[in-house]
Design a protein around this ligand. Structure first.
Ligand SMILES: Cc1cc2nc3c(=O)[nH]c(=O)nc-3n(C[C@H](O)[C@H](O)[C@H](O)COP(=O)(O)OP(=O)(O)OC[C@H]3O[C@@H](n4cnc5c(N)ncnc54)[C@H](O)[C@@H]3O)c2cc1C
Length: 462
């Protein structure tokens, strides 16, 4: 039965005039009286949660800060994923999509980020069961309990959540019976600074620093062509970035600088020909050859303390092999040092977060990157993700905190279990299952030809 329900959305604080925004909700009488589950973030995991709730006819709202679903993924849309379609599609989302005539992409193909958004996330967002309940341009500023700050315990579990949301410059309030925070971590990159601290100087140089994976051979070509570029980080993103830069500036030497914290650059090469994953091994071999050829100037271990602008170029200060050192004359810096979760909007929520990984506390030993690759993380669900604040969950990439081993498939199982619990199916919530091969899904397991294209933006949108 179609019903028009007025969600209470107010501007300003509790005492200012309350606007009511009519939103069409398609639920039965009994459920229409209850508040929605609010999902924060329309990435793959937030939208999977929406699909699970929609399938069960539960009320929900998805609040997305970007102009578009898949907002974070579109920022690395030119990068090819390393897991094929079969692991990137949520089961309930697939069921809903297929009900509306969707043909799933070939299971073995590796999409780019952009393809993932266009061929899958946008399709979910346009489903009639979901479309009316996604609100873009809505940044959640704070989540709290209605009428209670964090200190107040009496009757806390029975009081709704209240979300403060920035919509077009106005602060609005939305009430919820449960909240799933699926905001990812991509929006909060780690700084270049070795101590993990955002210095005033680094912040002021944002025009010359890119955090993440620029589209070097396409959209961002002009920015990097003929420039002296320093790349920071010892992982695959940094290696891919360097390989792309070498294609862009074929003839130049001393133009590419690689700054790592590792004791020896060899540690970044991985197993090379002994790697169980051939393409990952080849990536290591390629960078090894490049380093040997002298095309790249390597500084390791280099601990960056600060970055300054001096006579029109960047000066990177730090400690190189135990001595004070500065690298001068750098035009551009590309920082690939990972990302971290944002808890600032959860200050009024009671949370248990691991102090080292910043993951959901119980997950920390399961996901420690020193012990686990993404394929060996054991499946987990509502029970592990439960927070002291009843009916509040952190899911998806953010649930892993700073650990880089997250896979979408893991997130889909997380939200399946959370939704089962929220809808009273406790048995199903407890049964967590995840079918991932130990290898071959969570690393750079693409053929060398595909690898050329991945992160390399030779793709069609160029
Ligand atoms: C380069 C790269 C390649 C990857 N490749 C793979 C792969 O091959 N296979 C795989 O399984 N995983 C891969 N991952 C890991 C992971 O699956 C993805 O990062 C995935 O996007 C995580 O999904 P998510 O829904 O948890 O978060 P996100 O996709 O980050 O979505 C979070 C959403 O929340 C929104 N948001 C943030 N803050 C707010 C707020 N305050 N209010 C409202 N909305 C907000 C954002 O705009 C965004 O749309 C990759 C990650 C990266 C960075």
């Amino acid at each position: 039965m179609e019903k028009q329900v007025n969600l209470k959305i107010g501007s300003g604080n509790c005492c200012s005039s309350i606007n009511t925004v009519p939103i069409h909700l398609d639920f039965n009488e009994k459920e229409s009286s209850s508040l929605p589950v609010v999902i924060i973030g329309a990435g793959p995991v937030g939208l999977a949660a929406a699909a699970h709730l929609a399938k069960l006819g539960e009320r929900f709202l998805v609040l997305e800060s970007g102009t578009h679903v898949g907002n974070h993924i579109l920022q690395w849309g030119h990068v090819r994923l390393f897991s094929p379609w079969q692991y990137n599609i949520d089961k309930d989302a697939r069921e809903l999509l297929e009900k509306h005539g969707w043909d799933a992409p070939p299971p073995d193909e590796l999409p780019t980020g952009k393809e993932l958004v266009e061929d899958y996330l946008e399709k979910i967002a346009n489903l009639p069961e979901i479309k009316p309940y996604i609100i873009v341009n809505s940044k959640v500023l704070s989540v709290s309990k209605k009428g209670l700050d964090k200190m107040k315990s009496a009757n806390r579990e029975n009081v709704p959540f209240i979300l403060y949301v920035d919509r077009n410059g106005m602060t609005e309030q939305i009430e919820a019976k449960a909240v799933i925070d699926a905001t990812g971590t991509w929006g909060q990159p780690n700084p270049a600074n070795v101590d993990g601290v955002w210095t005033k100087e680094e912040i002021s140089l944002q025009n010359n620093i890119h955090y993440g994976i620029p589209d070097i051979n396409c959209k961002d070509r002009e920015r990097y062509i003929g420039k002296r570029v320093a790349v920071i980080g010892g992982g695959h993103s940094a290696i891919n970035t360097i390989l792309e830069l070498t294609k862009l500036n074929e003839s130049s030497s001393d133009q590419i600088i690689w700054i790592l914290r590792k004791n020896n650059v060899e540690e970044a090469y991985g197993g090379e020909e002994n790697d169980a994953l051939q393409a990952r091994g080849e990536l290591g071999s390629k960078i090894h050859q490049l380093v040997n050829s002298g095309r790249i100037k390597v500084y390791t271990p280099f601990y960056i303390q600060n970055i300054l602008m001096e006579v029109g170029s960047l000066k990177i200060f730090g400690e190189f092999k135990g001595e004070s050192y500065s690298i001068d004359g750098v035009d551009e810096l590309i920082v690939n040092t990972g990302s971290r979760p944002d808890f600032t909007f959860l200050n009024e929520i009671r949370l248990q977060i691991d102090s080292a990984t910043e993951s959901v506390e119980v997950l920390a030993p399961l996901i420690d990157p020193n012990l686990h690759s993404c394929g060996t993380v054991r499946p987990h669900g509502e029970k592990e993700l439960r927070q002291p604040e009843k009916n509040f969950y952190i899911a998806g990439m953010k649930s892993y905190g700073r650990a880089p081993t997250f896979l979408m498939a893991t997130g889909y199982e997380q939200v399946r279990s959370i939704v089962a619990y929220l809808t009273g199916d406790y048995e199903s919530a407890k049964k967590v299952e995840l079918d991932l091969p130990e290898t071959g899904v969570c690393s750079v397991n693409v053929t060398p030809e595909k690898q050329e294209q991945s992160c390399c933006s030779t793709s069609s949108n160029c």
